[in-house]
Design a binder for this molecule. Structure first.
Ligand code: PGA
Length: 251
């Protein structure tokens, strides 16, 4: 059985003070929610403060991106070691907003992934098709290519520990959600890609989150699908009670 994992992607929201307050709210709101991994991913500037706020609780800390190099002249970037020293356990890689606005490709996701695994961070690797791609009925090809390219050169024992997030771009922040059946079909396809790349053991171990307008009122249906192992939550993660309601729907 895969343990569900629900992560809040706070994106570019919350100053350090606000982030600490939200993190404390999440810690309180998810008290007693056992059987699910809970992660919050604030902006880099708030990581240390949030690390302090979640310390000693069941809530884990993640970052939203990292660079693949260990250090050097990469203005504006942060390294995996820097995230670790801020208390991070997880890191989101290849979010569609990074792909869309900051030139992220399967190749750069792959580089970040290798470094993240090397330094001991737990990656959450995001994939998903655009609206045009879904309309053109190329969702499976697009997502297969993202998974295959993103995981290139990753060994089976490493792949087994990964969290993937299927986030249809057209459902992110739009209020549109993939239906449970639509989402589960892609999750099942991703699991088949993992069988093709590795084997059944790896495919059955990897946790695949759904992301894209997941809210308290649609979470239970999505999370009830056999191949959906949790959620990557944007908007609803900015409210502790909404986020906790989704966490509880995952149990
Ligand atoms: P959303 O964002 O829940 O606001 O749609 C999800 C995400 O981008 O991770």
């Amino acid at each position: 059985m895969r343990k569900p994992i629900v992560a809040g992607n706070w994106k570019m929201n919350r100053t350090s003070d606000e982030a600490e307050t939200l993190a404390r709210g999440v810690v309180d709101a998810v008290l007693g929610a056992d059987g699910v991994d809970v992660v919050v991913c604030p902006p880099h500037t708030a990581l240390e403060r949030v690390s302090g706020a979640v310390k000693g609780s069941s809530v884990g800390l993640g970052a939203q991106n990292m660079h693949w190099e260990a250090e050097g002249a990469y203005t504006g970037e942060v390294s995996g070691a820097m995230l670790l020293t801020c208390g991070c356990e997880y890191v989101i890689l290849g979010h569609s907003e990074r792909r869309q606005y900051f030139g992220e490709t399967d190749q750069t996701v792959n580089k970040r992934l290798k470094t993240a695994l090397d330094v001991g961070l737990k990656p959450i690797v995001c994939v998903g098709e655009t609206l045009e791609e879904r309309k053109s009925e190329v969702t499976d090809q697009v997502v297969r290519k993202q998974v295959t390219g993103g995981l290139e050169g990753i060994l089976a024992n490493e792949a087994q520990t990964l969290v993937l997030a299927y986030e249809p771009v057209w459902a992110i922040g739009t209020g549109l959600t993939a239906t449970p059946d639509q989402a589960d079909a892609v999750h099942g396809m991703i699991r088949q890609v993992l069988v093709d790349l590795y084997d059944e053991t790896v495919a059955q171990s990897v946790r695949i989150q759904y992301g894209g307008s997941m809210k308290p009122d649609n979470a239970a249906d999505l999370l009830g699908q056999p191949n959906i192992d949790g959620g990557l939550i944007g908007g609803a993660a900015l409210d502790a009670d909404s986020f906790a309601a989704i966490v509880k729907a995952a149990i």
